[in-house]
Design a protein around this ligand. Structure first.
Ligand SMILES: [Zn+2]
Length: 161
């Protein structure tokens, strides 16, 4: 493992403490609420075939959390790249057409899900700052130790013949 891989692993580890991934029970809860269907396009999904994905309404890049209020069930296609840039509502418009009954129905279902699970789909700025400062602290020590070891065990130039 390289130092930068180690740094990423530490970041992930700290993040998982503050914002743990959903448990199996929580995943079951998501499947049940969305009736084994994709929250966006409605296609039916089965657990066994691994067709269903737990999708973030707000991506992790946009401070989306792993709380239930940010997680829905989605098919492979909807979970894939195509949603990444747009908001879930815009994505749903693409899937259902603006103002259609099916759009209203699915958007409503998602909104109720967000509300009934605490209405906090995002990681707070405070949490994000705390994570950043804890990481900075660890990283400083790690960097010092890596430098020290590198200095101590510098390979000698060339082989001795
Ligand atoms: Zn879908």
């Amino acid at each position: 493992m390289t130092p930068s891989q180690a740094r990423n692993a530490i970041k992930k580890c700290l993040k998982a403490l503050v914002d743990p991934k959903p448990t199996k029970d929580e995943k079951d809860c998501i499947w049940a609420y969305f009736g084994n269907g994709c929250a966006y396009c409605g296609s039916s999904l089965t657990k066994k075939s691994r067709e269903g994905h737990i999708d973030h309404l707000y991506s992790e890049m946009k401070r989306g959390s792993n709380r239930l209020s940010n997680l829905v069930l989605a098919c492979e296609t909807c979970n894939g790249d195509e949603k990444r840039e747009s908001s879930w509502e815009n994505f749903l418009v693409e899937k259902c057409g603006a103002g259609t009954d099916i759009f209203e129905e699915r958007a409503d279902k998602i909104r109720r899900w967000i509300l009934q699970n605490g209405n906090q789909p995002l990681i707070s700025e405070t949490q994000e700052e705390m994570l950043a400062s804890e990481f900075a602290c660890i990283n400083q020590v790690l960097t010092e130790k890596i430098e020290r070891l590198r200095e101590m065990y510098k390979p000698s130039s060339g082989c001795n013949r």
